[in-house]
Design a protein around this ligand. Structure first.
Ligand code: FAD
Length: 398
């Protein structure tokens, strides 16, 4: 099956793909968009958890921001807090789904199985077998394809080691022992949920402490706090605020500095509201790395490296809550030649100030753009700048 060429094809229907589509539709740019809406949030995050980002920074974006999470909650009579109480995953997903219905009703709920170059642009193949011809393509596949499991676990079967993104619920671990590797939001969320589900949980972290976020101060914060530590979607502080508000300036920094900043900023830190669910409830091993992991008859035998010397631990299962690492080569639906043609920096795509890769007409947004535009691209709030910038550029070049 083949269809007439479309100007823009968007692959992915998370906060970035949907926000870009909403902007392009408003500018009357012909487009098709593919993917399962909000799928990372619905199918790859643990149910019953809450977002780390506050209400004001947990939005999808239409031009003029006429339908924010605050608007949605008001319409539905749901509780909403700008910057104090956490946003539940359930409410955020429901909001995202409503945003899609209102602003991107033309979403086609099928995955793209291949993307290749064609004489006049690109050819995409859908899961349903349609060949779509597009002049320009935006890859907005978010965190999908980039889940990171440390090589120490590479040889263990999935029965014994999984990534945190594979768990939306954890009741099957009741009565079993589980090692959660990591000290970030996913690790904290899962450790707390596993404990509540009746598992014997070991949380294993490289650092000497687990950096739980501090609980927010009641609003309005004192004036001196607002001046010294302005808030933004990236947290409190001037550096965070500048990176949040000016991703274009971040793009102008030298490449080495950008890579360093992206690695260092917003490091692993569970949310403040999971601290009580974890501390004193699960066994926490700090200052610990994994020396060896091997299969034994009941599960996994771990050799932990600690300051006091190596220590053995036997668990039924390991969950690697070890985050996401952008490697362009892992976008396996993108034709191998096309992946090779894209210029990279530390395995991440090099992007223009309009998110265009070195292959003309091919754009990447979201997490894949973080080494170009900074840490804001790792969060939903980065979709505002992205959607504005890319939509204006594409509309101006139709
Ligand atoms: C545990 C956890 C907690 C988080 N908490 C927060 C938070 O509190 N606040 C925050 O701002 N961010 C949070 N994040 C980061 C969050 O994932 C990103 O901000 C957000 O998802 C980025 O949106 P996106 O549209 O780029 O990608 P995604 O939300 O990952 O969406 C990608 C979309 O692409 C689609 N897709 C993938 N492959 C294909 C294909 N081949 N064809 C078609 N479609 C495809 C998927 O179906 C999906 O809908 C969290 C992440 C994790 C893992």
């Amino acid at each position: 099956m083949a269809s007439p060429q479309v100007d823009v094809a968007i692959i992915g229907a998370g906060p970035y793909g949907l926000s870009i589509a909403a902007h392009l539709r408003a500018l009357k740019v012909p487009l098709r968009i593919f993917g399962t809406p909000m799928s990372s949030w619905r199918n790859h995050m643990a149910r019953g958890t809450s977002l780390k980002s506050f209400g004001f920074a947990s939005n999808l974006y239409d031009p003029g921001s006429t339908f924010t999470l605050a608007h949605y909650c008001q319409e539905k009579g749901l509780p909403y807090s700008e910057a104090v109480d956490p946003v539940t995953l359930e409410n955020f997903v429901a909001y995202g789904m409503e945003f899609q219905k209102r602003f991107v009703p033309n979403l086609e709920q099928t995955d793209i199985t291949s993307l290749a170059r064609a004489p006049q642009g690109f050819t995409l193949t859908t899961q349903t077998g349609e060949h779509v011809s597009a002049r320009r393509v935006i890859i907005a596949t978010g965190i999908t394809y980039f889940d990171n499991i440390p090589p120490t676990f590479a040889n263990l079967p999935e029965e014994f080691v999984t990534h945190s993104s594979q768990h939306t619920e954890v009741s099957k671990f009741s009565g079993r022992s589980v090692a959660v590797i990591g000290a970030g939001a996913s690790a904290g969320d899962l450790a707390g949920l596993l404990h509540e589900a009746g598992a014997n949980v070991h949380m294993i972290a490289r650092g000497d402490v687990i950096n739980f976020h501090e609980p927010p101060l009641p609003e309005p914060r004192p004036l001196h706090m607002r001046l010294l530590m302005p808030r933004s979607g990236l947290g409190q502080g001037w550096v965070q605020r500048i990176c949040n508000d000016f991703p274009g300036i971040f793009h102008a920094l030298p490449a080495k500095l950008r890579l360093h900043a992206v690695r260092r900023m917003n490091g692993p830190a569970p949310a403040w509201f999971v601290k009580d669910k974890v501390v004193g409830k699960v066994t926490i091993h700090v200052g610990t790395t994994i020396k060896e992991a091997s299969k034994n008859e009941n599960g996994v035998h771990l050799v932990l490296n600690q300051r006091e010397g190596p220590k053995e631990l036997y668990v039924n299962h390991v969950i690697a809550a070890t985050g996401y690492k952008v490697k362009l080569q892992r976008l396996d639906f993108v034709d191998q030649d096309l992946r090779r043609q894209m210029q990279t920096l530390d395995e991440t795509p090099v992007l223009s100030t309009n998110f265009e890769s070195s292959v003309p007409g091919l754009y990447l947004v979201g997490l894949a753009a973080a080494s170009s535009f900074g840490p804001v691209c790792r969060f939903a709030c980065g979709a505002e700048f992205t959607a504005n910038r890319i939509a204006r550029h594409l509309a101006a070049t139709t």
